[in-house]
Design a protein around this ligand. Sequence first.
Ligand SMILES: [Zn+2]
Length: 397
Amino acid sequence: MSQSTPPLRTHAREAIGRNVVSTHMTQLEQMRPAGLSGLRIEAINLAPTSASRRSGVGATAPAVDWYVKMIFMSNPVPTWRITKTRSPYSKAIAAVAALVFTGLALTACGGGSGATSEPRISGAPLKVVTAFYPLQYAAEQVGGDQVTVTNLTPPGVEPHDLELTPAQVAEIQNADLVLFVPGFQPAVDEAIRAEAGDKAVDVTSGINLLAPDPTSSPGSDEDSNQQDPHVWLDPANMSAIGATVAKSLSAADPADQQEFDRRQTQFATAMTDLSKQFSDALRSCTVKDMVVSHEAFAYLAKAVGLTQVGISGLSPDSEPSPARLAQVAELVKAQGVTTIYYETLVDPKVAKTLADETGATAAVLDPLEGLVPGTTGDYVSIMQSNLKTLQQGQVCP
Ligand SMILES: [Zn+2]
């Protein structure tokens, strides 16, 4: 390899012309900032991406000089952090030494204020990555100023089929804690398996998971094999999530345990209040069947004594069969269902068509899988708005 030498810090200069291995080939390829063009990195993929795994191109056992553990990118100045560490393929590389490319990036890009990702120093906020909105909310409520939260599902994006960018995978690598619901977002599950190690926190660990309803689900294979991930729609489960989050934050940052416990108690009180609002308002609804576009509301329905009827299954993109549509239409008429609920982030066509056919009203019931862009609402206010909708839709005095 050529020895092109941009103005680098000592460690970075050492890496030039060596075999540098990244955890993901795609990160080196896609995240290589223009300013680093003078740096020749031979990327060898150690942790195969799903694409390379499918194509059979996997790990090789090269003579590795440098192992790129973390790559971090921030705007406007891209910054790489390279850690020399033990490679799974090279016992010779044992020392851990941080290589910060800030100097290079700053020089190459002509200045700016690039943030580097340093190892956490005592007192600095914990870096928490959350898979989707309700977990972001729980982390912010319980973590307060002691955390910075990065959410993987942007507002407006339906989270079931979220695809992660290389920068987001880097966020997972770089986090102190990663909060997720297994079985909800396959891409997140996979990135966590590959990159998060013991930083991953399954927030459902304190929750009794429900199996999907076999009578109502149109029954894709995926649906039938998994438990229902939509735990957050019962505020009591959110309270359990808050407890798990507090425990994990305290383990990562014992100095702030008291503060996490205090905030968790507040959060639990707020969730208990919200639960009570739901059970009080929905105590005596005339219509017990709750017809929803996809089966996100089983935990909420169970908590308030309603019965969820899903047009689609656990995932919003599973197409309902004509037989299922006919079955639901019949139930709507037979049970006097007045309202069919559709969602904010999913095409409402099927729910609206069914409402038209049956003479029911279509109304928005937000499964809180993600926020609508520009919303000023949060978990509590959106749930309260859901409560008003349900009170009217289920005809509750
Ligand atoms: Zn869902």
